[in-house]
Design a protein around this ligand. Structure first.
Ligand code: XMP
Length: 511
């Protein structure tokens, strides 16, 4: 059994980030809502340490989350962060005061004193603060370990009991030495050794689902994207044949992609995979449609219809599995920003199929952790490190009406461009690259004859988060090779252009 840390959740926004920071130090972290666990549970579970998270409230609010003060006497070290630090002080009979005029938000200079928590942390550094209340009187036995200009007890501790509070957020990257502080808590204070590995997460999760899903039929919509692929591989490890993956191939995937997904999951893993070849069904619904949003809506709806039809054939489904990852959960909580494009993913499925519950085995993980799990489970790099691909697929890269012919041309042009980038001896820093088939025709000369064909556009972007993006400075010789090959190998394309628009004002996809 690995050592583990409890992240006691009081409703802060960075709770998963805290858990991730702990996992980065090779210590397993479990997040539990404060009202779903008791002191006795904590003692029995054998945690090496506890982290109280931040939270939106004031400790004097009637409705604010509290916990049994007995937790302070369990002999388990505690690190309280932000609200968690105030709660710690409050529970130990300290005093918390609201400082409306002195609230701190953002980067703040932190002055620390020597102690186990601040080993290898310089006396002066930057930290990230976000608070109005602060600890104004320390409980008995506690001393101040750090200050900021407006916060007299930016960190405090009763070192003899292993109780520490920090008003700032060590889990965010804006706190210069946040990682060291978390590491110090884990290793110096809790006595962890850091022997947890991603394999342990895989084993633990598989074991949990083997138990929870015993005898149940589980359905997963596999898109071939990273998240649903890794979720499928992980659940397959847990429940084998009882997992049914339905892969709706709408025909709008990249060249050979459908076969690759099928051969990986059915061939290599031997999974129970149903591939639905629905290209004709999608193309007939899309016939004559040129408006981008309409295309997206049609594909989203048709996807659900096809999936629904297939699910009916499978009989009773007990559990629907999804590849939801942690950032999806944060993003879906963000609210009412303007809709630029209606993104289609499989998130809409629960409305149309009846099932008892949902299984989301990756919901605590960040993307790079999901990739690591995928690799450890034996998924090929081409899947695990796949560039993002929109749910509506090539439909949003074919301008104007979508026809079988245009789809075929785009698949070829796109495959050539990707191949040239992938084969370039010097690594090109780009995060997404693809071809677009425009609806414009252009005159050219092929052989000695006049040619009149499509204009293809090449697009490549460099970005951290896809919210904003720069067009990638692809070397000219790579562009030239791609252009020569596309116009040479595809008779119907007479001209190739390169898209030099960043986002904003453009978006990554053309539609
Ligand atoms: P845009 O075009 O909005 O794209 O700048 C940003 C990123 O999102 C991808 N994208 C989608 N992903 N379903 C998805 O799952 C969609 O409908 C969709 N539309 C765009 C796009 O490829 C880029 O990575």
């Amino acid at each position: 059994m690995n050592e583990k840390i409890l992240v006691l959740d009081f409703g802060g926004q960075y709770n998963q980030l805290i858990a991730r920071r702990v996992r980065e130090q090779k210590v397993y972290a479990e997040i539990k809502p404060y009202n779903k666990i008791t002191c006795a549970d904590i003692q029995n579970a054998g945690y090496k340490g506890i982290i109280f998270t931040g939270g939106p409230n004031s400790v004097y609010d009637e409705k604010s989350p509290h916990f049994d003060p007995e937790i302070l006497n369990l002999g388990i070290p505690i690190l309280g962060i932000c609200y968690g630090a105030q709660l710690l002080a409050f529970m130990a009979d300290g005093k918390v005061t609201s400082a409306d005029d002195k609230s701190e938000y953002g980067n703040t200079i932190l002055y620390v004193e020597d102690c186990a928590l601040f080993e290898d942390v310089p006396h002066i550094s930057n930290c990230f603060m976000s608070h109005t209340d602060y600890v104004s009187e320390l409980p008995q036995g506690f001393t101040v370990k750090a200050t900021t200009k407006n916060c007299p007890a930016a960190a405090f501790a009763d070192e003899s009991k292993g109780l520490y509070g920090v008003q700032f957020h060590p889990e965010v990257t804006h706190t210069d030495y946040g990682k060291n502080i978390i590491r110090n808590f884990l290793f110096n204070v809790c006595g962890c050794v850091g022997d947890w590995k991603m394999e342990d997460f895989i084993e633990r999760t598989a074991e949990r689902y083997r138990e929870e899903l015993k005898g149940k039929k589980v359905l997963l919509a596999l898109s071939g994207g990273v998240d649903s692929s890794v979720a499928a591989a992980l659940l397959y490890k847990a429940i084998g044949e009882n997992l049914v993956c339905v892969f709706v191939d709408h025909g709008l995937l990249r060249k050979d992609e459908g076969n690759f997904v099928e051969s990986t999951f059915k061939g290599k893993f031997g999974m129970n995979l149903v591939r639905v070849n629905a290209e004709d069904r999608f193309l007939s619904k899309l016939a004559g449609i040129t408006e981008p949003e309409q295309k997206r809506k049609i594909i989203g709806e048709e996807f659900i219809r096809v999936f629904e039809d297939e699910a009916k054939n499978l009989g009773k489904i007990d559990v629907l599995a999804q590849g939801t990852i942690y950032p999806d959960i944060i993003e879906s909580g963000k609210g009412d920003s303007a809709v630029i494009k209606s993104h289609h993913n499989v998130g809409g499925l629960p409305d149309v199929i009846s099932f008892e519950s949902i299984a989301e085995p990756l919901s605590d993980l960040f993307k790079d952790e999901v990739r690591e799990v995928g690799t450890k489970l034996g998924l090929p790099d081409a899947l695990v490190y796949r560039q993002p691909f929109p749910g509506p697929g090539l439909a949003v890269r074919i301008i104007g009406e979508i026809t079988k012919e245009k789809l075929q041309l785009l698949k070829e042009a796109d495959a050539i461009f990707r191949e040239e980038i992938d084969n370039c001896p010097e690594k090109i820093e780009t995060n997404q690259y693809f071809a677009v088939l425009t609806d414009t025709y252009s005159v050219g000369v092929k052989g000695d004859a006049r040619a009149y064909g499509y204009v293809a556009a090449l697009r490549a972007v460099t970005t951290d988060d896809f919210m904003t993006a720069q067009w990638t400075r692809i070397p000219y010789d790579v562009l030239e090779r791609a252009s020569n090959r596309i116009t040479g190998e595809i008779r119907e394309i007479t001209r190739v252009v390169y898209d030099i628009t960043s986002k904003p004002p453009a978006t990554v996809e053309w539609e």
